[in-house]
Design a protein. Structure first.
Length: 592
């Protein structure tokens, strides 16, 4: 089912600068002392910080993000008391997310939380439905914001909460947030010994929590409120054992994204590379990061949109030196295709103005061509320099040079190198592109892709059309790429470069003529694809995992899927919903 657009919040401001929801007739935080209430009701109510003592990973979930006050208070306490080498994961749902401007105005009431507020605001996502991940590395924390109705978001969440903040508007005005269904999902998503805290003692809340298995008790309230609730799920808190020796095979964008994701939670894997970073399909002078445009908005397209938003945001924030251009132009093939692109631009998953139709005249001026096709501006699309991304995300990684001959699954995973070395690990991730097939991952098919480039000639704003593209490099222009199914020949073919230039001349004749008169360089890489053109991401055998089959969209898919895979390996919280996990898991392609 395609996501519905979010309903914007309808707020008023009190004379003393506090936001009030018109829709629910309730304040976002206590008029007396919202921060003191957050600390007393939610932090102390969940037994924090004692509950996370000795933990490597701790998960807090929240219903009702609101202004984020509870999360700011949580981050402050975590920063002061967290165990060494630990990571905090936060998941919070909000049906009517506030804008960054409104959040900033609300946060001025708590100058002591300014550092936490600024980190949140710097990465605040657009108000589009779905899950948005915010990295908070300064505080060793990750925040997943689920924008949508609580029932839908909880139903699709695959994580578990060690603590819960139930902070929706009052049950009398917001009954859906406190329904039996929602409270049952809270119970289903709770770890043993999980604790729940809330300001309300309404009977439906007490009954709903008790029906889910919680032991519920009333406690003295804060401020004017006489009572509040605490609840505990029976059981003993425990933490799954995390693999200590982990290897990542492959040093392209998949391997680099895995190293980054492991590092985010304090795990240091060993990188095994046959040649050097980017030796395979991730080694072109320039690469595109563009969304998958699907008028039908299939579940795969929704997942691809999440992957695009995640990748584009990470590159801009973490490796801005790698961004060669922001904004990419997708040219239409014909009138029907242009109509399709206009429909796509109006889908709820895209932020306002992120996809903008461009007229024929606008495109002609932009591309400096006498004639042009209309198209769609992909305003958040990027042209990136792959080498800069790989260098940044692989910096400091423990590396081992060698060609992997085979991987033996088991409680201890064996890795044999071509030079005869026999290595063992607790977990191994195969992320070697087309080479993954040789090591036993599949089903995969090869697609030969040749690109050509020249220094000293500028492409202007990057254009994407049909099967090809012309984009800027650090010093010139790159044209790509051929798409030769089943071919594995890595030798540069002058004929393939001529095909690229002929194709370019149909839409950008001036640029094509300039390139024809130049001395072209070229490169060949073999991409790995799957029968249904979706990535392979998940377990491959006991102790063995895979991230491959990314086709020509590795720089879009890899960052998000690496975070999901690392969460599965280390038993932390995935950024993907359950339905999306099934789309990329290897079992979907297993023989029936």
């Amino acid at each position: 089912m395609a996501p519905d657009p979010l309903t914007p919040p309808d707020i008023d401001w009190t004379a003393d600068g506090q936001p009030v929801s018109r829709a629910y007739g309730d304040v976002y935080f206590s008029r007396e002392d919202g921060l003191a209430e957050a600390r007393a009701v939610f932090l102390a109510g969940c037994g924090l910080p004692e509950a996370w003592a000795g933990r490597k990973h701790f998960s807090v979930a929240e219903l009702g993000f609101g202004t984020g006050l509870n999360i700011l208070a949580l981050l402050e306490l975590w920063s002061q008391t967290r165990p060494a080498d630990s990571h905090l994961h936060i998941w919070s749902v909000e049906a009517h997310p506030l804008s960054g401007e409104v959040l900033a105005a609300s946060h001025r009431a708590w100058p002591e939380l300014a550092a936490f507020s600024q980190s949140l605001l710097d990465a605040w996502p657009p108000s589009t439905p779905g899950l948005h991940r915010i990295d908070l590395p300064a505080f060793h924390a990750t925040l997943d914001l689920a924008f949508g109705e609580a029932t839908t978001m909880l139903d699709s969440w695959t994580g578990q909460g060690d603590a819960w903040f139930l902070d929706g508007f009052a049950p009398a005005t917001n009954p859906d947030m406190w329904s039996e269904r929602v409270l049952g999902l809270v119970a289903a998503r709770s770890a043993p010994a999980a604790r729940v805290a809330t300001f309300t003692v309404a009977g439906q809340v007490r009954r709903g929590l008790a029906a889910g298995g919680f032991e519920v008790s009333k406690r003295p309230g804060h401020g004017r409120k006489r009572e509040r609730l605490e609840a505990v799920m029976p059981g003993v808190a425990s933490e799954p054992a995390r693999p200590e020796r982990i290897a990542v095979i492959g040093a392209g964008i998949a391997g680099a994204s895995l190293v980054r994701a492991f590092n985010q939670i304090g795990v240091r894997p060993t990188l095994i590379e046959a040649e050097h970073p980017g030796a395979g399909a991730s080694g072109a002078p320039a690469g595109l990061v563009t969304p998958w445009l699907d008028a039908g908005l299939s579940p795969t397209a929704v997942l691809a949109a999440q992957a695009f938003h995640r990748a584009s945001g990470l590159y801009r924030r973490e490796v801005p030196q790698a961004v060669l251009q922001t904004g990419v132009l997708r040219l239409s093939r014909d009138d029907a295709d242009m109509s399709r692109l206009v429909r796509i631009a109006g889908q709820a998953i895209w932020p306002a103005d992120s996809l903008r139709p461009a007229t024929q005249d606008e495109v002609a001026v932009q591309l400096d061509e006498d004639q042009a096709r209309p198209g769609l501006w992909l305003c958040d699309g990027l042209v990136v320099e792959p080498a800069s991304i790989l260098a940044a995300w692989l910096a400091g990684a423990e590396r081992l040079s060698g060609r992997v001959v085979d991987v033996t699954p088991g409680a201890t995973v064996g890795v044999r190198l071509a030079d005869g070395q026999q290595l063992t690990f607790d977990a191994v991730v195969i992320a070697a592109g087309w080479e993954s097939a040789r090591i036993g991952v599949g089903p995969l098919s090869p697609v030969r892709g040749q690109v050509a480039w020249v220094d000293g000639i500028e492409a202007g704003r990057g254009a994407v059309w049909g099967p090809g593209y012309a984009v800027p490099t650090r010093s010139g222009t790159l044209v790509g790429a051929t798409h030769e199914r089943g071919q594995t020949d890595r030798e540069v073919d002058p004929g393939s470069s001529r095909i690229l230039l002929d194709r370019l001349s149909a839409v950008r004749p001036k640029l094509a003529a300039a390139l024809v008169a130049s001395d072209l360089s070229a490169r060949v890489a073999i991409r790995a694809t799957t029968p249904d053109h979706r990535p392979l991401c998940g377990p491959s055998g006991p102790g063995v995992w895979m991230l491959t089959g990314l086709g020509g969209r590795g720089f879009v898919w890899a960052p998000l899927l690496a975070e999901h895979l690392v969460a599965e390996i280390c038993a932390t919280t995935s950024p993907l919903s359950g339905v999306h996990i099934d789309l990329i898991a290897g079992h979907r392609l297993a023989p029936s």
